[in-house]
Every structure is written in structure tokens, then in C-alpha cells.
Write a protein that binds this ligand. Structure first.
Ligand SMILES: NC(=O)c1ccc[n+]([C@@H]2O[C@H](COP(=O)([O-])OP(=O)(O)OC[C@H]3O[C@@H](n4cnc5c(N)ncnc54)[C@H](OP(=O)(O)O)[C@@H]3O)[C@@H](O)[C@H]2O)c1
Length: 259
């Protein structure tokens, strides 16, 4: 059987790193992206060493058009084709932000980070990829259950559900996109956000993590990386008929099930 090929963005840490390891554990060669070249190369070395697959680091900023196109073009050059992709992102740089604190630039940043990058990656895969790609698009349960300090990210991320659905309907021969609304996972990004909120509130980060992250879940915990990895593998191997679906993976943290 031909070896599978995967592309992961936002991949040097957190959700994207876990997704990269999940795809590598399926025996696929990989192209991985993030901005920081050094950490990205280190992640590539670690994954290649652990799973015995080829991992190509492609540094680039998902907020920059040229970088986004370069990520797909270089991935296709190195891998030949993309069978699986996980699009993970960073967070708006000034987040957490309430509505009255957000500036024009914050909205534009989030629009490029989440929407323009995803649409451009879809377009490049539709036009240049020789195989049909299953693409998991990473979003958040906070789109379903709004959290005011994430208003900028969540307003834009809400648009990902339209993008995924339309792409699944319009390009069924090229793309099988699935939207993943994540609950809380213990990543450097999630810790950073809680540290910023704790500073604003004058509280201890660890206390706030227990109260506002673990405490709001009926399970009183975050999701584990093992659970995340298992889900990613399951979704990538799922029946074709799951095309365009939205998966809420949050341990029932959100009170409503549909964004
Ligand atoms: N962790 C959670 O609990 C959780 C829950 C729901 C949704 N999410 C969402 O999942 C995504 C990943 O979150 P995370 O917690 O894994 O974050 P993280 O720990 O901060 O990791 C983010 C990764 O993306 C890269 N990155 C950041 N900005 C980028 C950019 N502009 N272009 C390319 N790569 C970029 C980072 O490397 P560089 O900084 O070097 O670029 C890093 O590798 C985010 O969109 C987040 O909102 C996370």
C-alpha cells in the first residue's frame, strides 16, 4: 500500500503537535508548519525520530498570504500529495480581549489567521493536490458556548463552519473537511491565555485554571492529548459520509450541542 502523506499547520506545540504525532503514528510522511523555525525543526526531528517517517518543517505565518501559499506548495513539492491535513492555528496576539477592547487591527488579524488562511489552503489543495484530502479544521467549543474574552477569535472562527460545509458540498472529489470544536486541552497556548486573564483579574493562574478551565467541565478536567490523538486518527479514517460534519469534542462542557 502507498504511504500516506499529511500536512499540519500550527504544529510545533499544543494541538498541532499532537495532531502531527497522531498522523505520523499512522505511518504517514509529514509536512509541518509554524512561525518559529527553530522550534519547528526540533518538533520535526522529534516526530521523525519517534515514528520513523520523514517530516519536513515549513516555517511560515498563517496571517501572511505568501507564507500560507508557500506552506501548501512546499508540502506538495516534498510529499507529492496530501491525503490528510489538520489545520491548527495560534490565537489573536492581543487575546484575551473583550469587545470594547478590540481594535480594527485585532479583527483583521483574526480574519487572516482563521479565515483567509483556511480558504487559501482549501483553494490550493483543490487546484493542486492530486488526491482527495481529509482536512480537520480546528476550532473551539467557545463558538458554541461564547466566552466574552475570546470574542475576536470566536466571531471569525464561527465562519469556519460555513467554509467547511461549503467546501464539502462544492468539492467532494477534492476535499473532505471536518470541523473540530475542541474543549480545553493543557497546551502552552491555553496556559498563556489563562495567565493573561489571571493577571487582569489579579488572581493566581493555577487557581483560575482549576476554576475556569477544569471547573466548568462536568468531568472536572481537560481533555488529554491521548484522547485528542485518538479522535484525530478516528476522524481521518472515518467513513467518507462524515464529510462536512462538525464534531464537538468538549466532555459536554458546552451547554448547547450546536453552534
Ligand atoms: N488548547 C485548547 O484548550 C484549545 C481549545 C479550543 C481551541 N483551541 C485552538 O486550537 C488552536 C491551537 O491551540 P493550542 O492551544 O495548541 O496553541 P499553542 O499551544 O499556542 O500552539 C500554537 C501552535 O501554532 C503555531 N502558531 C501560532 N501562531 C501561528 C501563525 N500565525 N502561523 C503559523 N503558526 C502559528 C505556534 O508556533 P509559533 O508561535 O512558532 O508560530 C504553535 O506551534 C488555536 O487556534 C486555539 O484557539 C485550543
Amino acid at each position: 500500500m502507498e504511504q500516506c502523506k499529511g500536512l499540519v499547520t500550527g504544529a510545533s506545540m499544543g494541538v498541532g503537535f499532537a495532531a502531527s504525532k497522531a498522523i505520523a503514528s499512522m505511518g504517514c510522511d509529514l509536512a509541518i508548519n509554524a512561525r518559529g523555525a527553530e522550534k519547528l525543526s526540533e518538533a520535526a526531528r522529534l516526530i521523525a525520530g519517534e515514528y520513523g517517517v520523514n517530516v519536513t518543517p515549513i516555517p511560515g505565518d498563517l496571517r501572511v498570504k505568501r507564507d500560507v501559499l508557500n506552506v501548501v506548495f512546499e508540502a506538495l513539492k516534498h510529499l507529492g500529495r496530501v491525503d490528510y491535513a489538520v489545520l491548527s492555528y495560534g490565537n489573536p496576539s492581543r487575546e484575551p480581549l473583550k469587545l470594547h477592547e478590540a481594535k480594527w487591527e485585532d479583527w483583521m488579524e483574526a480574519a487572516s489567521l482563521y479565515i483567509a488562511s483556511t480558504a487559501s489552503i482549501f483553494k490550493a489543495l483543490i487546484e493542486r493536490n492530486s488526491s482527495k484530502a481529509t482536512v480537520i479544521v480546528v476550532s473551539s467549543f467557545t463558538v458554541a458556548e461564547p466566552m466574552p474574552p475570546l470574542i475576536v477569535a470566536d466571531t471569525l472562527r464561527a465562519g469556519l463552519s460555513r467554509l467547511v460545509r461549503v467546501a464539502a458540498r462544492e468539492y467532494p472529489e477534492k476535499l473532505r473537511p471536518i470541523l473540530l470544536l475542541l474543549g480545553s486541552f493543557d497546551t502552552p497556548g491555553a496556559r498563556r491565555t489563562i495567565e493573561k486573564i489571571a493577571k487582569q483579574k489579579g488572581e493566581e493562574p493555577e487557581e483560575l485554571w482549576k476554576k475556569e478551565v477544569e471547573g466548568i467541565s462536568p468531568l472536572k478536567r481537560t481533555g488529554t492529548m491521548e484522547e485528542l490523538s485518538n479522535l484525530i486518527k478516528t476522524l481521518l479514517k472515518s467513513p467518507e459520509y462524515l464529510a462536512g460534519a462538525t464534531i464537538l469534542f468538549d466532555g459536554a462542557t458546552s451547554r448547547i450541542a450546536w453552534p
